[in-house]
Design a protein around this ligand. Structure first.
Ligand code: ZN
Length: 342
């Protein structure tokens, strides 16, 4: 069993100077694609589930798929992470389910839509930190809001993270990782042209990293939306409008400045959809779901492998032994929420 806390996984990434992809799952083929990619590149990995995923798959099914992943691949360190928890109750149920990490997204109110006040965000995040650290579980918070709405989550309004506030937020909450808003969006339609460093507000990451060098930064909405994946969908009858994502080289620049977790979801969705559309078009007489789910799984795996290599996590799966949740809980108790040593 190589279930690890996200705190340990990101501490190790900081030591090694690399980033770790966090990939969203709803079903079997996604879990398999991610784990095969992790094994083939020898990478530690974060598998995450949104509230929408937990609802779609059902908590027990989803949890056991993730447990199967660590049983089948015992040599791969895996963190199971709740993506965008909308309140302490969602985080609590994820912890009870067995997740080793939770995101308390207090940048929005409990409806997952309305931008919240700084005070509200600190209060709910602090509450989750107390509850989670007591059990050794990692907490990611968010300050500022991203564009786009996914799985019904998001205000659709971009509010960039204020670096001064970020320092205050981390000190008051004790989060292990902080999601920052630098102008990216959830979903496929992030930018109407290739984004440069200004549009991406990379300076926010650099500033926060300078002031909070031991806080692990998280980039959300970081799919690259490769043109070749969009082209396959459109070639086989899809209708994806011209769009741009976050270039891989900008993510790599972020990793040089403290970004340790990189959320990628859309690119896997695009890869799967293109492969399925192609399979349908090529053999319209086929009706065995394995005929189109297998190429979908392969296409997702190829994307995940490419990201693992680009983020630098490839080759690092065997670097460390997992620290148990119980031992992590002891460390938080003895050293405080902001652990003093990595
Ligand atoms: Zn997100």
């Amino acid at each position: 069993m190589a279930l690890v806390t996200m705190r340990q996984l990101l501490d190790e990434a900081a030591k090694g100077g690399y980033g770790v992809g966090a990939f969203n799952v709803n079903n079997l083929e996604q879990v398999q694609a991610i784990m095969e990619a992790a094994q083939e590149t020898n990478s530690p990995v974060i598998i995450q589930a949104s509230r929408g995923a937990r609802k779609y798959a059902n908590d027990r099914f989803l949890y056991h798929l993730m447990v199967a992943a660590e049983e089948v691949y015992p040599e791969i360190p895996v963190s199971l992470h709740q993506d965008h928890g909308n309140g302490p109750d969602t985080c609590r149920s994820a912890i009870e389910l067995g997740f080793t990490s939770v995101m308390m997204d207090g940048s929005l109110e409990e409806d997952g839509k309305t931008p919240s006040s700084f005070e509200y965000n600190v209060r709910v995040t602090r509450e989750v930190v107390e509850m989670a650290h007591e059990r050794g579980v990692t907490v990611e918070g968010e300050l500022g809001t991203l564009g786009g709405i996914e799985d019904g989550h998001g205000s659709g309004v971009v509010a960039l993270t204020d670096p001064d506030q970020a320092v205050e937020f981390v000190e008051q909450t004790g989060v292990d990782a902080l999601a920052v808003a630098i102008g990216t969006s959830h979903g496929a339609y992030k930018f109407t042209k290739e984004p440069d460093r200004e549009i991406l507000a990379m300076h926010i990451i650099e500033e926060i990293n300078e002031w909070l060098p031991t806080t692990h930064l998280v980039m959300h909405g970081s799919s690259s939306v490769p043109k070749e994946l969009v082209d396959i969908i459109n070639e086989y009858g899809g209708e994806i409008r011209p769009t741009w994502g976050v270039p891989v080289n900008e993510i790599q620049a972020g990793i040089e400045h403290g970004v340790r977790k990189v959320n990628v979801d859309t690119d896997l969705r695009l890869a799967a959809t293109g492969a399925i559309r192609k399979a349908f078009a090529e053999k319209p007489g086929e009706f065995d779901p394995r005929y189109y789910l297998k190429p979908a799984r392969e296409a997702m795996k190829a994307v995940v492998k490419a990201r693992m290599e680009a983020f630098g996590q490839a080759g690092h799966a065997g670097d460390y032994e997992p620290i148990s949740l119980g031992d992590m809980a002891v460390r938080y108790r003895e050293e405080g929420h902001k652990l003093t040593t990595a």
